[in-house]
Design a protein around this ligand. Structure first.
Ligand code: ZN
Length: 396
């Protein structure tokens, strides 16, 4: 696809969103933006954006962020695994969900080996548990984004490690008189699966949040004092942040240093750091930015796929676009694709990033901007002791 076609599609999507979403039109008026103006690389930063907090539940604008008649066709809302206790709520129709899934799929194949590997260890619960974790807004259920993309992994042999703890739930009801389900890691399953993979040399992907992997495998190692030799067989895919020790309803008392995580996994499984893929994505946008580990930066380098979209980095104080490399600012994701049902064409997030190269990756040579995630604007406040998920030491 040529850049010209991308900018033409972007122009049309901005124009159409202005015509069928009042909130986006108001943003356009506020920015005094002329919808007929030409969009190219140098004018990209002028496009009106929706600040991330507009999607927040507490803001109660998520319904108005839907375009045209999307609300009537909507089957369910997508909810972010909120780090603040105030999730983002996004409405997506089938076409938009398909674009999002295809973007994630590209990352898992380009930066990892998704289609070549058939065994998966997922630090996530089965669908019947996910289906129980739901809210309801305007008479439509809201589920974690994960529900919509889990079928990316269909056809694989999957070990779901997160499960519902019946005993703990009952004890809690008896002692607190509160109905709260506890979900945690099945240590026995983890142990038997790791042994099976090592013994039979089964190519395997271990995936989901870094926070689970870090904590659970640390506990596992403490108990078993056992490492594994999976040198060519194990690939690790992380995503959704959580490096500050908080991810949705799960909270640790400490930050996970990314280099420490890499080192821990490498020594526990005897793998090299080229086996890692970190997917940077936000529930508010369909874009997915694949990342590989970089020894030079001692960090993940994330890549913008120009076929999916573009990014802008804005100065924290002035919100003006930053053009230089090596200066950090707030990340904005821009895409004309996968945003037919809601005003997601340009979303300003709360992530602070630093672009290391605007044109291509100096290490893997992929085309498109390359950035590192430095910080967040909003301090993450986990749900602490009201946590639904338990990170108690793994029972084997
Ligand atoms: Zn690269």
């Amino acid at each position: 696809m040529t850049s010209n076609l991308f900018y033409k599609d972007l122009h049309n999507t901005v124009k159409e969103t202005v015509s069928d979403c009042v909130i986006y039109k108001n943003q356009c008026d506020k920015f005094e933006y002329n919808v007929d103006s030409t969009i190219n690389e140098s004018t990209l930063g002028e496009i009106p954006y929706i600040p991330w907090e507009f999607f927040k539940l507490s803001n109660n604008r998520f319904k108005q962020l839907l375009r045209g008649n999307a609300f009537h066709e909507l089957e369910y809302w997508m909810e972010s695994s909120s780090t603040t206790g105030d999730p983002s709520i996004i409405g997506r129709l089938t076409n938009d969900i398909e674009v999002l899934k295809s973007n994630y799929n590209d990352v898992f194949n380009s930066f990892s080996v998704k289609d070549q590997v058939h065994n998966l260890i997922l630090f996530a619960p089965k669908m019947n548990v996910i289906n129980k974790i739901r809210h309801n807004f305007y008479e439509k259920n809201a589920y974690l984004l994960y529900k919509s993309i889990v079928d990316i992994w269909e056809d694989k042999h999957i070990s779901y490690l997160l499960q519902f703890f019946f005993g703990k739930t009952i004890r809690n009801i008896l002692t607190t008189f509160k109905l709260r389900a506890f979900i945690g890691i099945n240590g026995k399953k983890l142990k038997s699966e790791l042994i099976r993979v090592e013994k039979n040399n089964i190519p395997t992907i271990m995936a989901n949040s870094s926070i689970w992997m870090h904590k659970i495998l640390k506990d596992y190692y403490k108990k078993e004092k056992k490492t594994f030799d999976m040198s060519d067989n194990l690939h690790i895919i992380t995503g959704g942040g959580g490096w500050d020790g908080i991810k949705g309803r799960v909270k640790l008392d400490y930050e996970i240093e990314k280099p420490e995580f890499i080192e821990q996994m490498c020594s526990m499984f005897n793998i090299t750091n080229d086996k890692f893929c970190d997917n940077f994505a936000a529930t508010e946008s369909p874009m997915a930015c694949g990342g590989h580990w970089s020894d030079k930066y001692n960090d993940f380098l994330h890549h913008v796929n120009n076929i999916q979209g573009r990014i802008i980095v804005r100065d924290v104080d002035t919100l003006e676009p930053i053009k230089n490399v090596g200066e950090s600012g707030i990340l904005e994701l821009i895409t004309p694709y996968g945003v037919e049902s809601y005003a997601g064409v340009a979303v300003l997030l709360d992530d602070i990033v630093q672009v290391e190269n605007w044109k291509r990756c100096p290490e893997c040579n992929r085309e498109g901007a390359v950035f590192r995630v430095i910080d967040r604007l909003t301090p993450s406040i986990g749900k602490g002791c009201s946590s639904l998920f338990t990170t108690d030491p793994v029972k084997l």
